[in-house]
Design a binder for this molecule. Sequence first.
Ligand code: PBG
Length: 338
Amino acid sequence: MTSIVTVNGNYNGEMLKRPRRKRRTQQIRDLVAETNLGLNDLIFPLFLRDGKRLKEEIKSMPGIYRYTPDYLVREVEQCLNLGIKAFALFPSIEDALKDDRATEGLNPDGMYLKAISSIKAKFPEALLLTDVAMDPYSSAGHDGLVVDGEILNDPTLEILAQMALVQAQAGSDIIGPSDMMDGRVKAIREMLDQHGFQNVSIMSYTAKYASVFYGPFRDALDSAPKHGDKKTYQMDPRNSREAILESKLDIEEGADFLMVKPALAYLDVICRLSSAFEEIPITAYNVSGEYAMIKAAHQNGWLDGTQAMVESLTAIKRAGASAILSYFAKEYAEITRG
Ligand code: PBG
C-alpha cells in the first residue's frame, strides 16, 4: 500500500488550494484580515453620580466606576488622550430624587444635564450619546410610565421627547432612546426639529432584548424594576424577524442609527439587520453582563481576559456592527496604544 505522504513529507496527490498559506505568518494574516477594529468604532459608556471627588467601583463590573461630575471630566480627558472619541453617559440618581414621572430627568439643574454641558464646554470634540428612558429617575424602575402595574406607551412619549429636548439643549450630539416604547423615535425627532435641533442625531435602541445580561448595569444605576420585568416592552430573545419590523419603524420615524442589544448572544440579529438595512449604520451594545462574564473568568484564571475582549469585540464588528458600545473601550485603547 502506498503512503499518502511522500518521503519528504508532502501530500502525494494534488492539492492546489491551501487556505493555510494565508495564515502562515502574522504579516500575511494581517494582510488578509477582513475585520479591523479601531478606536473609531468604539463608544465608551460612563456612569455618573452626584457629589465631589468620588470614584466608586461597581462590584459586578471590575474596572468600571461611578464618577462624580468633577472626576468624570478628568476621566473623559484621559480617554480622549487615549484616542477614544465617543462616550455614552448614564446617571445614577439617588432614591430621594426618583418619582413616578421621572421628573428629575427634566431638571435643568440636575446633575446629568449639568455634566453634559460641562463636558461639552471643556471638550467640544467629545461625541456624547445621552440616554433617554425613565428608569434611572423612576421610583418604579421602569422605562415607561407605570399605572396600575401597566407600563403605558403613549403617555410616556411626551416625557421621553421632553427628556431628549433638555439633553439636546445641554449639548448632546446623539440621543439614545433605550426605552423600547412604540413611536418614540418619531416623537423625539419632531420635538428636536421643532426646537431647532435638526443636527442632533438619534441612535435608537431598536432591537433591545429583555435580557438577563443587563444585571450589572442595574447594580450600577440601582435601576432594577421594583415590580415585574421588562418583557412587555423589550424584545423576546426567541425572536429575530420582529427586529426587522422594529428597524423599519425606526428608520421611517427618523432614526440615524439602529442598535442591537445585547451583542454577543445576538450576533445573528446584528448580521441580519446589517444585511437587510444597508442604508443605515447598525450599532451594537456589548452590555454589562457580557463585560462581567469575561472579567470574572479572567479573575478566576479561567481564560485570558484581554484576548477574550479582543475576540469578542472583533466578532461583534465582523457580524456587521459599525460601532460598538463597550465597557472594554478604555482597556482596548490602552492595549492598542501599547
Ligand atoms: C435602561 C437601560 C439598560 C441598559 C441601558 N439602558 C438596562 C435595562 O433595560 O434594564 C443596559 C446596559 C448594560 O447592561 O450595559 N434604559
